[in-house]
Design a protein around this ligand. Structure first.
Ligand SMILES: C[S@@+](CC[C@H](N)C(=O)[O-])C[C@H]1O[C@@H](n2cnc3c(N)ncnc32)[C@H](O)[C@@H]1O
Length: 509
């Protein structure tokens, strides 16, 4: 009977999803939990909850009820004392209400984040939720202010403006969870590494007993229609005991992960990147030098509109644009024939694909006098390019960030299957070309810059040492997105160990 209802629920889900555009579903984070995953969460809850207690269940983002359905299949019916759900969208709520009409479910049509929490005696001892993954860009200023205020009131968690809606769902539901109650959240794993996740991590360590975080392999996305790298987070609402340890698992399934490690709470207090676990061991406090000891690392320049500001040599000639107002810029990594870029005597890179970026800060009136063709070109960028966010915030609007050329560049976005392919490459640039923000630029700091001046041949050694850095060391600092896309921020690359470069600098010539 319940199995049949699940079949009907799945059909309803497909029907409701099919009647909406992907854009609309994105706006409200409408991506359902697959049946096996919902069942796995329910089974986990069955194991963890004390066996003799009745269950009061809440799903604050109900959809068609993937978790409720799983709960009914997994728990003995007599244990389910009450169940409640919130669903904001009548498109899902109305047929869902009809589907579950013969069940003791209270389904509320409305915004969970605006619902007044219940009296403590009416709180729930099991919350299972796949909250809407609505990014902060889609929340307006007033919404953010209200969510921040209410999240703090409910849990003491002070989220910043970059936190997505799912963080607020988690913080707000603190006021709905009974003491000793269990919560299982299916959420993006991003909060484990990024700054906006820090208050949430403090909450998980200080206010509740964080039990387990299972991270799924991002290359094996849990959702067929949303590209996210997801995790399941389990905690109990009670203060953590001294010496508490948290179970981290990765890959496989919730019941049979590929890797596991138990990490002391104190380690998590000082570790800013939780996605290190369980694949990596806790860091040993060490004095190993980092790349930041030898390089200032900056992202390449963000032009504001590459199609307007970056031109090929042929385009410049065709438009009669003055060469002295442009500097060479490297094409994206895909267009580089190799990892070493040679230079022509004038400093421009020896590449088939020769590009130049406008590098002129003179006022338009001067440009009009001196370079009429450039002036005409700039007029063609009005208002489309000149009104873009980056351009508007610069003066003049076509001035570019200052990114002098450097010999060392890193491609900081890439895919890997974990062991074989290298997602990040270090490029040796002998030219005077600058680079756009598809690269990180590594500028040697004084001790290294001095050594390179004294011994120019060192440049190749440093480059090969950079390329010798273990892929796992780079992946351990970076972040990974759905589909196995790895990314390294300047600060993260700066954190990578540079013992070999130090050894090189302090060895005798
Ligand atoms: C990620 S889906 C999960 C649905 C279902 N629980 C599941 O696991 O398949 C999130 C659901 O929350 C709903 N939702 C979005 N914002 C909401 C809000 N503020 N209050 C209540 N529900 C909301 C969406 O319409 C969507 O149905």
């Amino acid at each position: 009977m319940i199995a049949l209802l699940e079949q009907r629920r799945l059909a309803l889900q497909a029907l409701c999803d099919g009647e909406k555009t992907l854009k609309d579903r994105n706006r409200l984070g409408q991506f359902a939990t697959p049946t096996p995953l919902a069942a796995a969460l329910s089974r986990y809850a069955l194991e963890v909850l004390p066996p003799d207690r009745p269950v009061s269940f809440l799903d604050p983002a109900f959809g068609t009820g993937a978790f409720y359905s799983a709960l009914l299949r997994v728990f003995p019916p007599e244990r389910i004392e009450r169940a409640q759900g919130f669903e904001i969208d009548p498109h899902y709520e109305a047929p869902t209400r009809a589907l579950w009409q013969d069940h003791a479910l209270t389904l509320t049509l409305g915004d969970f984040t605006a619902a007044p929490p219940p009296d403590p005696a009416k709180r729930f001892n099991l919350i299972l939720c796949n909250p809407p993954y609505v990014r902060h860009h889609h929340l307006d200023r007033a919404q953010k202010a209200r969510l921040q205020r209410e999240s703090q009131r409910a849990s003491g968690v002070k989220l910043n403006g970059l936190a997505g809606l799912y963080c607020h769902f988690l913080a707000l539901s603190h006021a709905w969870l009974a003491n000793e109650g269990l919560a299982g959240w299916l959420i993006p794993s991003e909060f484990m590494d990024v700054n906006y996740g820090a208050p949430l991590k403090r909450y998980l360590l200080d206010q509740v007993e964080l039990l387990h975080i299972q991270r799924f392999d991002p290359a094996a996305g849990q959702f067929h229609d949303a590209l996210v790298s997801s995790a399941v987070l389990w905690f109990r609402k009670r203060p953590p005991a001294a010496g508490h340890r948290v179970h981290f698992s990765y890959g496989g399934t919730l019941a049979a992960p590929l890797e596991c490690l138990s990490i002391p709470s104190e380690t998590l207090q000082i570790e800013h990147k939780w996605t290190r676990f369980p694949v990596f061991q806790p860091r040993i406090a060490c004095t190993t030098p980092k790349l930041s000891n030898f390089f200032n690392i900056r992202r390449g320049l963000a032009s504001g509109n590459n199609r307007f500001f970056i031109l090929s040599l042929a385009e410049m000639i065709e438009r009669n644009l003055p060469r002295e107002c442009f500097i060479p810029i490297l094409p994206g990594p895909r267009h580089l024939p190799g990892d070493e870029i040679e230079a022509y005597p004038d400093g421009s890179p020896k590449l088939d694909h020769r590009l130049f970026i406008l590098a002129c800060r003179q006022p338009e009136t001067e440009i009009e006098q001196k370079y009429p063709s450039l002036w005409t070109y700039l007029q063609s960028g009005k208002p489309s390019t000149s009104e873009r966010y980056l351009c508007r915030s610069r003066s003049p609007w076509y001035a570019q960030e200052n990114r002098p050329p450097t010999p060392f560049l890193c491609t900081y976005m890439g895919r890997s299957d974990g062991k074989r392919a290298r997602p990040f490459r270090f490029i040796l640039n002998h030219s005077q070309a600058t680079a756009a923000n598809v690269y990180l630029m590594l500028y040697p700091k004084p001790p290294l810059a001095h050594a390179l001046q004294q011994r120019p041949a060192l440049v190749k050694t440093v480059w090969s040492l950079l390329n010798d850095i273990e892929t796992s060391a780079l992946l351990g600092e970076g972040r990974v997105y759905g589909g196995g896309l790895h990314k390294l921020e300047p600060k993260e690359l700066a954190h990578v160990s540079a013992a070999a470069i130090e050894a090189l600098l302090y060895q005798r010539p």
